[in-house]
Design a protein around this ligand. Structure first.
Ligand code: SAH
Length: 366
């Protein structure tokens, strides 16, 4: 620890929360210490939830003092915590003076899924998603992404363990590539959260080149927001389709799962009444997926103020599902959870209390 270089000249402390193993090792090397410190730090921060260097008893006093002076473990701050009748919990987190994000915990029999955000807002403008309405503000840093898991783990009691993480909150994860990859590495690192690759799922609307890059560096499970069986309709619902049409997207999915040890891609399909829920569209979808090792997750549409769609009826959802199943596709229908607290898919906007204002503002725009 002699003549230790300061990590940067900005005077700001380095937030260690978002450093994955490699970055943490690099950090310790850069201050003239041993790379194995990385593992110790990861365990204190992520396994034990400790943010105070003085409590890290297997580090020398001088290292603790150095870290206290130059580093911090700073999670996003919780500004609102809500719980729905069905046990779903939602946290609104402040990430800077102007930006908030939302994180949702969904308890189920035998597992607990945390749905986290990757960006503040979203640039993709999917017509049925309320995050799209607010536009795009900025990418989240790796510490802000993993910080959601860190905070949720601290907020939840022991019996409500987080067993799965899905990147299905606000934002398009593949448009925030490096930070998302670093955060997912931490989720899967045995010295941090130790989740298996089957329990960390990245959901994307289909940024094809980024998907190929992901295949090179990561093992996460993949979910793809398809939502339509043909390009004309998908162009309307998921406009990024104009750039990366269905055929290219499904080919990229196949390349992704073609790697050894990967299983199926989950195809997400939101059901919008009279738009994409007909039996003919179900048959077209089954045909499209015939050669893609996949399972389908049907998502009943969750309405939000000024949304122009309606949720398909339970009968159409059941009929759609049956057609897929009889074509041999494993098909599940996502349960709608967290309704009272606007915590369902596509309802996350990072707002606290101004739903009525927002409603008026949007009405005025239409
Ligand atoms: N941008 C990523 C991840 C965020 S959305 C993606 O597109 O996959 C997570 C899932 O919720 C996506 O499948 C998305 O299409 C779906 N979703 C968005 N709005 C919805 C709504 N109003 N009702 C139901 N599902 C919705």
């Amino acid at each position: 620890m002699k003549s230790v270089p300061a990590p940067d000249n900005s005077g700001e402390k380095t937030n260690l929360l978002g450093l994955d193993r490699q970055a943490m090792e690099d950090y310790f090397r850069s201050i003239g210490d041993k790379p194995f410190r990385a593992v110790q730090l990861l365990q204190w921060i992520h396994q034990r939830g400790i943010a105070d260097f003085d409590r890290m008893s297997n580090l020398s006093k001088s290292l603790r003092a150095y870290l206290s002076e130059h580093c911090e473990i700073r999670p996003p701050s919780v500004i609102l915590a809500q719980q729905a009748g069905d046990g779903v919990r939602k946290w609104v987190l402040q990430v800077d003076a102007n930006n908030r994000i939302e994180t949702v915990f969904i308890p189920e029999e035998g597992r607990g899924t945390l749905c986290i955000s990757s960006q503040v807002g979203c640039a993709l403008d999917c017509s049925f998603c309320s995050t799209a309405r607010q536009g795009f503000n900025r990418n989240l840093s790796a510490d802000e992404i993993i910080g959601q898991l860190w905070v949720a783990q601290r907020e939840l009691s022991e019996e409500r363990r987080i067993t799965n993480v899905v990147l299905m909150g606000m934002g398009e994860p593949l448009l925030n590539f490096a930070n998302v990859v670093a955060a997912t590495q931490l989720m899967m690192d045995d010295f941090a959260y130790g989740l298996s690759k089957r329990r960390v799922t990245l959901s994307t609307s289909g940024i094809v080149p980024a998907l190929d890059r992901l295949a090179e560096v990561s093992d996460v499970s993949l979910a793809v927001s398809l939502h339509a069986p043909d390009d004309a309709l998908r162009n309307e619902l998921v406009p990024i389709n104009q750039k990366y049409p269905i055929k290219e997207l499904l080919a990229a999915c196949k390349r992704y799962i073609g790697k050894e040890g990967r299983r199926k891609v989950t195809i997400e399909y939101v059901l919008l009444e009279g738009v994409n829920d007909s039996p003919a569209q179900a048959r077209a979808l089954a045909k499209l997926l015939a050669n893609v090792p996949s399972k389908v997750n049907l998502i009943p549409f969750n309405p939000f103020p000024v949304s122009r769609y309606r949720r398909s009826s339970p009968e159409s959802i059941a009929r759609f599902s049956e057609i897929l199943q009889s074509a041999g596709l494993i098909t599940t229908t996502r349960k709608t959870r967290g309704v009272g607290i606007d915590a369902a898919c596509g309802q996350l906007v990072g707002r606290v209390n101004d739903k009525s204002r927002r409603h008026i503002r949007l009405q005025a725009q239409l």
